[in-house]
Design a protein around this ligand. Sequence first.
Ligand code: MRU
Length: 342
Amino acid sequence: MERIKTLEWTEDGLLLVDQRKLPTELNMILLTTLDEVYNAIKTLAVRGAPAIGVAGAYGVVIASSEAIKEGGDYWRALEVKLEYLKNCRPTAVNLVWAVNRMTKVISENRSLSPQEVNDLLLKEAKKIELEDKEMCKRIGENGERLIPDGASVLTHCNAGALATAGIGTALAPIYKAVEKGKKVRVYADETRPLLQGARITVWELMEAGVETTLICDNMSASLMSKGKIDLVIVGADRVARNGDVANKIGTYNLAVLSRYHMVPFYVACPLSTVDPNIASGDEIPIEERDPVEITECMGRRVAPYGSKVFNPAFDITPNRLVDVIITDKGVHTKPYEKSLPI
Ligand code: MRU
């Protein structure tokens, strides 16, 4: 199956698909400064937890080159830049995870010259990208067994190739099932307010030739009640040690509906999305975004001026509603404190 290249390191900088423009335009943008990387992540030109992590790792390389060019105290300048990058989007653990991993390379090589450290950082970022690809493949293989031939699968937001450096997390088992010759139909929630489902998931699945039907977020209960959904698979931005899952706002609604209608509810993510420092979902920081994302839709005003708005980008699904967590290490069941190998 042909895969979209979400992001790629080039001699000139970080080249990535500008996901803000999908599905009407497939544009690549080249990021050469730390501010450009920061803005690309903040404004969702690159998005999805694993892709943010990989972009963040290359962002560290760009920050390091900038610190060299500035000619001051390389180590101090880099420290300040990485603190800035880490705080770009708070919910997905992958950004902090990737920047911390890059920071380890820096602190372990303080006896080397800045240019030598820069070379090592590029090597590490490429390794993170490769590992992400491999993790997606494994998630696909582990999750594929849970998708029966002829299944209708509901997904939310985009946890596909465009959210990773590989074939995705939630969509990976679907791609693997289709590759094996199973017939799979996907229902994709549009995912208000930023429509990652409509704009990105539907586009990506259509490109891959997977049968896909777009629905509004408020249609899933009705579909489930009619027996049209066999299982739900979503990705995750951060998973607590107890298996509580932070993912795109609306995921919790789906989990509640799934339980009521006795539809299996699965989460797929790399093991690195499980945050060993977080005991439960209550501790996961939830990003709140600009109200304009709700008062406008695709650049058009849809609410009265002056409306009060609440715009959390993610919600927490309690572990008791999650039937299994599929990772690159296997398929984990409750109690997650025991089954997640962290
Ligand atoms: O705000 P976004 O588009 O970055 O949110 C993305 C999601 O919530 C995904 O489901 C999650 O990051 C998993 S991606 C493999």
